[in-house]
Design a protein around this ligand. Structure first.
Ligand code: SF4
Ligand code: SF4
Length: 398
């Protein structure tokens, strides 16, 4: 078999029944298949049994501080983009027991139990390219991947690494961006480039509705070979490319170039006061961000005083307690906390992890109750004055 044949064999066109067969195959192999579903007026990631559970025929309307599910293309399976959930809730759960200690009856004696970190086998179905990139970012944070020079991490979160290694990833390329997306300027999308087992592009229009499926790994190719479908042809690839081009050119926002140096050079800019006057320090932006990883550790003792459980749970750099060090918080003002968040995310993260901490998914803009926009804040700093670009001038002209 020559290289051309190999490439063709790694691409197939399937109908909706092919995607149902994919979900059934993964379930049959023991994976818990998690996918997008419409619930409570938004999109959540929960277990799915078939494509019938997907948000069929829906799209989303997103802007700063605004999210609505709306009618989309009839029958479309992947017409919505990202909602408030991220895959990190499965790889890096919001609460996780680290160990527990139980009095064993002897004077001052206790037994320590460490929970089994054996990975649940997840298949993530419908992972967007910006979310794939976010997983790669968290792989660096949790030591599950080597650095750019190939050096292994000094410390590894074994639970994260095990869950990540076991996960089967079905990515979905984006045919339309959400209203707050800016993945193109963060090199985060709209096409899945790496880190997936299978990547799906929905081909909808011109009287057809099917799916181009591409294998990105050997285990993906093995699953693809068992699905009902046909070999991809040039017309399929052309249609998929056209959908991606549409997403690329319809991107509503962009990050200013050179933002890492820009922020590092403006730590005392007056814009920090301007954003602090609006920011509620509510931490929503960090909770919905697919790369944010701040955590705290909590011990809980039962009422009898015999068992204590130590848990790690998500925290946020927007809380006062997060920077509490021997007698006080070092980031007492909202100005300091917002500056910490955005400069870490877009600037100092590079030195720490060799990558940006932002993939341009837009969640922090959509789910900020007062519509603070990370692209607008960066642009305002570049443009000088405290009010900078103001309003929605961070949206791309034209
Ligand atoms: S900082 Fe905002 S746009 Fe960037 S990855 Fe996090 S939530 Fe998405
Ligand atoms: S930027 Fe918005 S979402 Fe983030 S803490 Fe401030 S008000 Fe909350």
């Amino acid at each position: 078999m020559d290289r051309k044949d190999t490439l063709i064999d790694r691409r197939a066109v399937v109908g909706r029944n092919g995607l149902d067969a994919l979900i059934a195959t993964l379930r049959g192999e023991g994976y818990a298949v998690i996918g997008p579903q419409a619930r409570d007026g938004t999109i959540v990631y929960d277990p799915i049994d078939s494509t019938a559970d997907l948000p069929i025929g829906l799209a989303d309307d997103q802007d700063g501080g605004r999210y609505r599910l709306v009618e989309g293309a009839p029958g479309a399976l992947f017409g919505t983009t990202v909602g408030p959930h991220t895959w990190k809730r499965y790889l890096y759960p919001p609460r996780q027991a680290l160990w527990s200690a139980t009095a064993d009856g002897a004077e001052g004696g206790f037994a320590v139990t460490v929970p089994d970190t054996a990975a649940p086998r997840y298949a993530f179905f419908g992972v967007r390219p910006c979310e794939l990139k976010a997983m790669a970012v968290q792989d660096r944070v949790f030591g599950a991947a080597p650095d750019a020079a190939g050096r292994p991490a000094d410390y590894t979160d074994r639970g994260y690494a095990a869950r990540r290694a076991a996960a089967f990833i079905v990515a979905v390329n984006c045919g339309r961006p959400g209203g707050t997306c800016f993945c193109v300027s963060m090199d985060g999308g709209p096409k899945a480039e790496a880190g997936y087992d299978l990547a799906v592009t929905e081909l909808l229009g011109d009287g057809r509705h099917d799916f181009l499926v591409e294998a990105g790994s050997e285990r993906g190719a093995a699953v693809l070979a068992g699905l009902p479908g046909r070999r991809a042809e040039m017309r399929d690839l052309t249609m998929a490319e056209a959908a991606l081009l549409h997403a690329r050119t319809a991107m509503g926002r962009e990050m200013v170039p050179g933002v890492a140096d820009l922020l590092a050079g403006n730590l005392e800019h007056s814009r920090w006061d301007h954003v602090a006057a609006r920011c509620l320090s509510c931490a929503n932006c960090t909770m919905v961000c697919p790369t944010c990883f701040c955590s705290t550790v909590e011990d809980t003792t039962d009422l009898a005083g015999t068992t204590t459980v130590r848990e790690r749970r998500w925290d946020s750099c927007f809380t006062l307690d997060f920077s509490y060090i021997h007698g006080g918080s070092i980031r007492r003002e909202t100005r300091s906390r917002y500056r910490q968040w955005i400069t870490h995310k877009l600037s100092t993260w590079h030195a720490q992890f060799g990558t940006s901490g932002c993939t341009g998914c837009g969640r922090c803009i959509t789910w900020c109750p007062v519509g603070i926009d990370i692209t607008e804040e960066a642009r305002a700093i570049r443009d000088g004055g405290p009010s900078g670009g103001g309003g929605h001038t961070s949206r791309k002209e034209g």
